[in-house]
Design a protein around this ligand. Structure first.
Ligand SMILES: [Mg+2]
Length: 298
């Protein structure tokens, strides 16, 4: 019998899995799987469960928000062999699900997990010990995303709390850093940076480009230098949120790996969750590392 590990976060997205759970388990059972089910109990639990019970499974399915997906993949990465992964989005922020074209209808996503097609995607390796699926970021606009309590996230949604972050722009902090990769070397004061492998990132329109691929071994990088005047800051914000013309403060490029070195520890956010404070960060694209199940796209 095929073996599946199903990990779900019962609290994400206003506990929307509650009414769907029986049907989801029925879909898995009908598809011929012997099930191991783990209900996450606290932060970090999805990662532990994926590591502890993921070995020798044919398929691991997780349900929750971006954080649950991140934890599950982080747990799987510690295994010797990686099972295929199914994802049933349930959080208020499911940026990556839309990038992957995974349905927001939980039952359709459950069907795709068992009868779809395995699609290899790149995983971001962060400093040897952490991973991200679609975004690693620091600086302005990021603090709010992991400091906002879950309930507020559920009510407001992603865009709203991004905009809430703009209230604190008067106190915007800049970081002295050096950024190194094969393509480019930058030095100076930066207020924001994001390394992504996704088609959409919350409210940020400036990053969205047509030709992003999730399996090309490359990240899209966006770095923003400290503005000198209020007008510069307005231009930056317009660029980030309204997709106006880029300006001299904006650096955009692609790379397979990069290093960021700063004078002081910087708080990083990985897939919307706190990723630790670090002075030196190395980020590597692990090409086609995990296969995600999704509906057959013809
Ligand atoms: Mg890519």
């Amino acid at each position: 019998m095929k073996k599946m590990l199903f990990i779900f976060n019962p609290r994400s997205g206003k506990a929307q899995i509650k009414n769907k759970l029986v049907n989801i388990l029925d879909i898995f059972t009908k598809a011929g799987y012997e099930l191991t089910v783990h209900v996450t109990q606290r932060q970090g639990d999805a990662m532990e469960a994926a590591f502890r019970y993921g070995e020798n499974k044919d398929l691991v399915v997780c349900s929750g928000g971006d954080g649950t997906l991140n934890e599950t993949i982080s747990g799987l990465m510690k295994l010797n062999e990686y099972p295929d992964l199914g994802y049933i989005p349930a959080g208020s922020t499911n940026d990556f699900a839309s990038s992957l074209k995974i349905s927001k209808d939980m039952l359709k996503a459950a069907e795709a997990a068992v009868s779809g097609q395995a699609y290899p995607i790149d995983i971001g390796g962060f400093c040897e010990d952490k991973y991200f699926i679609y975004i690693a970021a620091f600086g302005a606009f990021t603090e709010v995303s992991y400091l906002t309590p879950q309930d507020k996230k559920n009510v407001l949604g992603h865009q709203a709390y991004m905009l809430e972050g703009m209230k604190s722009l008067a106190s915007i902090k800049s970081y002295s850093m050096r950024v190194e990769c094969e393509e480019i070397m930058l030095e100076g004061e930066f207020i924001f940076g994001m390394i992504t492998n996704t088609i959409s990132v919350g409210g940020f329109k400036g990053l969205v480009t047509q030709d992003v691929a999730l399996d090309d071994g490359e990240f899209e990088v966006l770095l923003i230098r400290s503005p000198k005047t209020a007008l510069d800051l307005t231009n930056i914000i317009n660029y980030m949120f309204l997709k106006e013309e880029p300006n001299e403060y904006v650096h955009k490029f692609r790379t397979r790996s990069l290093k960021l070195i700063s004078d002081e520890p910087i708080d990083w956010v990985l897939d919307g969750e706190f990723g630790g404070a670090r002075r030196e960060v190395s980020i590597t694209n692990l090409e086609k590392k995990i296969r995600i199940m999704r509906k057959n796209l013809k």
